[in-house]
Design a protein around this ligand. Structure first.
Ligand code: COA
Ligand code: ZN
Length: 307
């Protein structure tokens, strides 16, 4: 297992899906192109979903067509069903990220299917994508808790993990959709999921709703996880989960690993600079800590140098 951590940037999907204001297609493309130069391993560029359900993703095909594909970066797209997966493949996404929820009521709220139907669809989606050699990552939402049902039994989540592997997933993501996970829970579930998955890579997708985002990243890393979704500026959230708030913040996550001496390949200064462009793009402040601390620190440095 490589000790290098991979950062998967989800601002253009998880981040923008939760914004009330439409982010212009050209602005999305420009941001993704800039992110392509930062060293992130994967960019979830968009989602092929109902434009009525998530208006900010209505330009999915144009976004994927407009992005300049940087060598070594995987451009992924989220899909809730077979139709979305087919559209993602047609738009030449490098990877389709299919989402289903571990809890029945969130799956219904999010993708309007029963868990059984979503699980049954997985094989069909993997088969359809295999015609073009497009790998399918499967994201299990509400893996650490559900906004409607509360706790979700780890045995149920692990059963879903097993079924994802059996369906031919190229990767599996455990998502803490509403930021209720705690580090002990994370450590246990990650260890158990990795045992089931074997060579199939596991990704963790955390939200920082209750301030435990980076503690959960650390717990997952200690348990052996090396792949993390993160969103520039810590924006994001599921529009179909009441009270959902931002993802773990890319620049803060990169900073934590850098301070720990763990290589991510991501240029910290570049992601800080990009995160600072978000408030103007979105019309509101963002949630990252480092953008704020760093600006103060840099101001102090300049003062010191001038004296
Ligand atoms: N992409 C675009 N449109 C889609 C679609 C897809 N993947 N799947 C279905 N649709 C269309 C249908 O054709 C239909 O369009 P029409 O009304 O013009 O005929 C409309 O969406 C509704 O489809 P229907 O099958 O009745 O499903 P629904 O209204 O129950 O919606 C989803 C189902 C999955 C399309 C919708 O709930 C959705 O897009 N969810 C996305 C959830 C999401 O992105 N969550 C955040 C990320 S985790
Ligand atoms: Zn999310």
């Amino acid at each position: 297992m490589s000790d290098r951590v991979q950062i998967f940037e989800v601002v253009a999907r998880d981040g923008f899906q939760n914004e009330a204001r439409f982010v212009e297609t050209a602005d999305k493309i420009a941001l993704i192109d800039a992110l392509s130069r930062t060293g992130v391993a994967k960019i979830e560029a968009t989602a092929f979903v109902s434009p009525r359900a998530v208006p900010n993703m209505r330009d999915a095909a144009q976004v994927l067509a407009g992005v300049t594909r940087a060598p070594g970066v995987v451009y992924s797209a989220l899909a809730p069903n077979l139709r979305g997966a087919a559209n993602a493949v047609a738009a030449a996404a490098h990877e389709v990220n299919v989402v289903l929820s571990a809890s029945e009521s969130h799956n219904w709220s999010n993708v309007r299917m029963t868990c059984a139907d979503s699980l049954a669809d997985l094989t069909r989606i993997v088969d359809a994508c295999s015609l073009t050699g497009t790998p399918v990552n499967i994201s299990i939402a509400t893996a650490f808790g559900c906004p409607f049902e509360g706790p979700v039994a780890p045995s149920r989540v692990l059963d879903f993990v097993k079924r994802c592997a059996q369906a031919g997933a190229a990767g599996v993501t455990l998502a803490d959709t509403i930021g209720v996970a705690n580090p002990v829970q994370v450590e246990r579930l990650v260890a158990a999921a990795m045992q089931i998955l074997g060579p199939v890579p596991l990704t963790l997708h955390f939200h920082d709703t209750r301030g435990l985002g980076l503690a959960n990243v650390y717990a997952a890393w200690r348990a052996g996880a090396r792949r993390f979704d993160a969103s520039l500026g810590g924006i994001g959230g599921c529009p179909f989960a009441p009270g959902a708030t931002g993802n773990i913040c890319t620049e803060d996550t990169v900073h934590m690993f850098a301070e720990m001496g763990v290589e991510t390949g991501v240029d910290l200064e570049m992601v800080i600079d990009l995160a600072r462009t978000l408030p103007q793009l979105l019309g509101h402040d963002t949630f990252g800590r480092l953008t704020k601390v760093r600006s103060r620190a840099q101001a102090e440095c300049r003062t010191a140098a001038a004296q």
